[in-house]
Design a protein around this ligand. Structure first.
Ligand code: GLU
Length: 505
């Protein structure tokens, strides 16, 4: 029988979600939707030393902004819960005991000092089948002694007993079959009595099993853990329901070699987080895609193409398109360069296609920053509609459309030099008269009347129109002049011409 597709995104709340983790979440989501499966959000918070307040909420908010939703999770609930590992202690304890009872794991009392001493004594020390016989553990002590120590409150860990010389096969949907020899694995710690918590490895596979996860889709950095996970499935007798592994290619620096880091973003000026993040310990603020003025649909499209291609040359793909087209067969094994400029290109394209009214809503915070409160939304929508094709990021809309909201107080010097001569003020006064006489200011009508007047007088078309523009916009830039004067109240247009005449010398 085909297994139901169930995938999980399993972040540790150790800080804001890095863009690589976002791409992992996105691929999980796309794959779940494509297969009519379930998408789980599991919070892996068993390492209490690395817990960062606010991180869990941040992860939820960030993925929500991108349009990724979960079927099961801490917020959503679900019948496989709890979905937060710190609330599943008894489950892990039970499973550790199962391994101990079956002789697949053992208890070890070695202190940090003793481990250090072993490292000094044995070259390339690794806690494994060759060395465990020389250490202080339940394999080298009598059962009574182990019990006595535990009863005395001595701290211990539980280690996984890995058999030597076994070829362990990991089947990966992107990488194919990866084989490693068990000799390179150490007897990993699965549980620590000190905090009564499991380590990542145990909690991760126990939960994947109990939550009936069918595909483990995660970053390449987890590939080295996969053989250990395969052996754990075996030790529990769960081989038949072992999930399919998929390790996604690394995200690489835009320039140079190596893994993408936050530092690359700081240096080149792009965010590595979806939402702005304030470090609760240092107060340091890191920028986010949302606050920088990216659209979530652009970020989705950009991220989806980092490590995957549709097999043809399509570039613009909505979430729905991606759900249609996605396949691990078209994921690359090698890392994907984080071409942030491509991200800006996508945003430019999506801004250009965005509905004016929706864009106006997204533009409101920028307007507010510039002191424009409660503007007429029809006016804003029409204004952004005229300039959206020239913007990369939402704040660029202000650079392009500022004059719709504030009258110019200065005039671009080089345009003045070129377009404003001694005769201009008189012609502008005349233009005011022409505009006053126009009842219907729709673009084509006003254009016809003004151009007829210019032609009738034998004025220089370019000079008059550019002086007009200079007076209204403050520089020779912006959309079609008569589109501007259709939207802007006529008395405002006239006031601006008057001010220019009075100001420009
Ligand atoms: N908690 C791990 C992380 O932070 C999960 C890795 C996995 O998906 O197995 O990425």
């Amino acid at each position: 029988m085909e297994r139901r597709v169930r995938v999980r995104f399993a972040p540790s709340p150790t800080g804001p979600l890095h863009i690589g983790g976002v791409r992992t979440a996105l691929y999980n989501y796309i794959f779940a939707r494509q297969n009519g499966g379930d998408m789980i959000l599991r919070i892996e918070d068993t390492d209490s030393r690395r817990f960062v307040p606010g991180a869990e909420e941040y992860i939820n908010d960030a993925l929500h902004w991108l349009g990724i939703s979960f079927d099961e999770g801490v917020r959503e609930g679900g019948k496989y819960g709890p979905y937060k590992q710190s609330e599943r202690r008894e489950i892990y304890k039970e499973h550790v005991d199962m391994l101990l009872k079956a002789g697949k794991a053992y208890i070890a009392f070695d202190t940090p000092e003793e481990l250090e001493e072993a490292r000094q004594r044995i070259p390339n020390f690794q806690y494994d089948s060759h060395t465990r016989g020389t250490m202080r553990n339940s394999l080298t002590m009598s059962a009574e002694e182990v019990e006595r120590r535990i009863a005395n409150g001595e701290q211990y860990v539980v280690r996984f007993k890995i058999d030597p010389d076994r070829d362990v096969k990991v089947n990966d949907l992107i990488r194919g079959e990866v084989t490693i020899n068990s000799n390179i694995l150490d007897d990993k710690v699965l549980y620590k009595s000190a905090d009564e918590l499991p380590t990542y490895h145990l909690a991760n596979i126990v939960d994947d099993h109990l939550m009936e996860v069918s595909h483990v889709i995660r970053g390449e950095e987890w590939l080295p853990s996969a053989p250990l996970h395969v052996l754990l499935y075996e030790a529990f007798g769960w081989t038949d329901t072992m999930p399919q592994f998929v390790h996604l290619p690394l995200l690489l620096k835009p320039v140079g070699n190596g893994k993408l880091s936050k530092r690359d973003g700081d240096k080149l000026g792009f965010p590595v987080f979806l939402l702005e993040w304030k470090d609760p310990a240092t107060g340091e603020i890191s920028s986010g895609y949302r606050e920088k003025g990216y659209l979530p649909e652009a970020v989705v499209n950009f991220l989806a193409l980092l490590g995957w291609n549709p097999g043809d040359d399509s570039e613009m793909m909505s979430m729905e398109d991606l759900i249609q087209k996605f396949s691990f067969a078209h994921c690359s094994k090698s890392g994907a360069k984080f071409d942030y400029k491509k991200g800006i290109w996508f945003n430019h394209e999506y801004l250009g296609q965005k509905d004016n009214r929706e864009l106006a809503e997204l533009f409101l915070p920028v307007l507010k920053e510039h002191g424009i409160e409660n503007p007429d939304m029809d006016y804003v929508a029409k204004a952004v509609g005229m300039v959206k094709g020239r913007a990369d990021l939402i704040p660029d809309l202000w650079t392009q459309a500022d004059f719709f909201f504030v009258a110019p107080t200065t005039y671009a010097e080089k345009d003045v030099k070129k377009r404003w001569s001694a005769e201009t003020p008189a012609i502008m006064e005349e233009l005011i008269g022409v505009l006053e006489g126009i009842d219907d200011m729709t673009s084509a009508n006003a254009e016809k009347i003004v151009l007829d007047w210019i032609a009738g007088k034998g004025y220089h078309l370019g000079n008059v129109m550019n002086a007009f523009r200079l007076a209204v916009v403050g520089a020779c830039r912006g959309p079609h002049m008569f589109d501007i004067t259709e939207l802007m109240p006529k008395n405002e247009v006239i006031a601006r011409i008057r001010r220019a005449v009075a100001t420009i010398k």
